[in-house]
Design a protein around this ligand. Structure first.
Ligand code: TRP
Length: 376
């Protein structure tokens, strides 16, 4: 399977991510480009500040970001597209690219099309029925809106409910993609149902929807985790044949789970923090998380811990410690044995409790405005 490599147990496909992910290897295998200082500088200039996820290399790779920025700098309208497969509640890992998308939307005053693939998740997961996945579209949209996206510039597409808006375009995409391409790009097996064969045409479509609606080609950027790359390889292959631009991409790393190794995954709820978790329950998960600490306090004081393998440190790094010098200070304290894991966890648990309380209030408020966000 293209993108699915068994070496070192690294598997990165749209439907499965496991093993220790080597991001440099993914750049090589998927044929993407690493982010550069120059590109980061251009984003910073337009946004007015440097986002944590750029400073810390969380968005680490791209395709044609330079071209997308050229378009903007030449006064052209630029657009954004991203999405979510609604197969369960939203966890912190999902928020990572959504926060970043909000940053881009503000910086570039860009329209965002956000696709909820309630069809894909129905087709892929034997245990989910359509009411489940469409229900999660609503639930997940609340989480998305709570991230602060602009209601005037954001359209959420439920594939199931909004198919009439995308069907004509999806058909045009489908006509240009052969079965053998889809089979190779997605590693399809004879046992896959035929819905999965067709679905990639649906996921390609929002790359072009703004161009169709505006009656002119719009340069679109897709910020997303790197596992979605096969869709964009396929989409870019056919874009120009349909008269559209190839969508540009920015690729994010995965937020680690609270266990040892692996990304945060809803299928392991004890190692994932869901945005709807009661704050006390989330704090408990933090207190049970895997750290880079020593077996005993005595050893920890003498030898220090290892933040590079610590999930608690990772949460500060990815999300919860804005300030670079405070982060560095935490790393030093850890390595020198100045801080022990129990205290470090308790500190993060408080931060996460406050975060969840605030986020849950915003999520409640989203119920009043969700209709403004849904594609009509
Ligand atoms: N297939 C994605 C998922 O399972 C959902 C999705 C649709 C998406 N369109 C997207 C993700 C665009 C990122 C960007 O999560």
């Amino acid at each position: 399977m293209t993108g699915e490599e068994e070496t070192e147990d690294m598997v990165v496909t749209p439907w499965k991510v496991s093993g220790i992910v080597d991001y440099n290897k993914l750049i090589e295998r998927f044929g993407t480009k690493p982010m550069t200082r120059d590109l980061i500088g251009r984003l910073e200039k337009h946004a007015g500040y440097l986002h944590l996820q750029l400073r810390r290399g969380i968005f680490f790779s791209h395709r044609d970001l330079d071209w997308w920025l050229d378009n903007y700098e030449n006064g052209q309208t630029v657009g954004l597209y991203t999405g979510r497969g609604p197969s369960g509640p939203v966890h912190l890992g999902h928020l990572l690219p959504w926060f970043f998308t909000k940053y881009l939307q503000e910086a570039f005053e860009a329209d965002l099309y956000f696709q909820m693939t309630d069809d894909e998740k129905f087709l892929i997961h034997p245990e989910l029925n359509l009411d489940d996945t469409v229900g999660y579209t609503y639930d997940n949209a609340l989480g998305l809106i709570a991230c602060g996206l602009n209601p005037k510039k954001t359209k959420i597409i439920s594939d199931v409910n909004n198919i009439s808006h995308i069907y004509r375009l999806a058909l045009k995409v489908a006509k240009h993609v052969t079965y053998s391409t889809v089979r190779a790009v997605f590693g399809l097996q004879d046992s896959h149902n035929i819905g999965i064969i067709w679905f990639p045409a649906i996921q390609a479509t929002p790359s072009f929807i703004q161009s169709v609606r505006e009656g002119k080609n719009v340069a679109v950027l897709i910020p997303a985790a790197i596992d979605q790359d096969p869709y964009w390889r396929m989409t870019r292959d056919i874009a120009e044949r349909l008269g559209f631009y190839k969508p540009a991409q920015m690729h994010a790393k995965f937020l680690p789970g609270l266990g040892r190794g692996g990304k945060m995954s809803a299928s392991m709820p004890e190692t994932a923090i869901f945005t709807i978790d009661p704050p006390e329950a989330a704090a408990k998960k933090i207190m049970n998380a895997y750290t880079g600490g020593r077996p005993t306090v005595k050893e920890q004081r003498e030898l220090g811990g290892d933040p590079s393998i610590c999930t608690i440190y990772a949460y500060y790094y990815y999300l919860f410690e804005e300030d670079d010098s405070s982060l560095l200070e935490l790393e030093r304290e850890c390595r020198s044995g100045g801080i022990i894991c129990g205290d470090c966890k308790a500190r993060l648990a408080e931060v996460i409790k406050a975060f969840l309380k605030d986020f849950q209030e915003k999520r409640e408020k989203a119920k009043d405005v969700i209709e403004q966000f849904m594609l009509k």
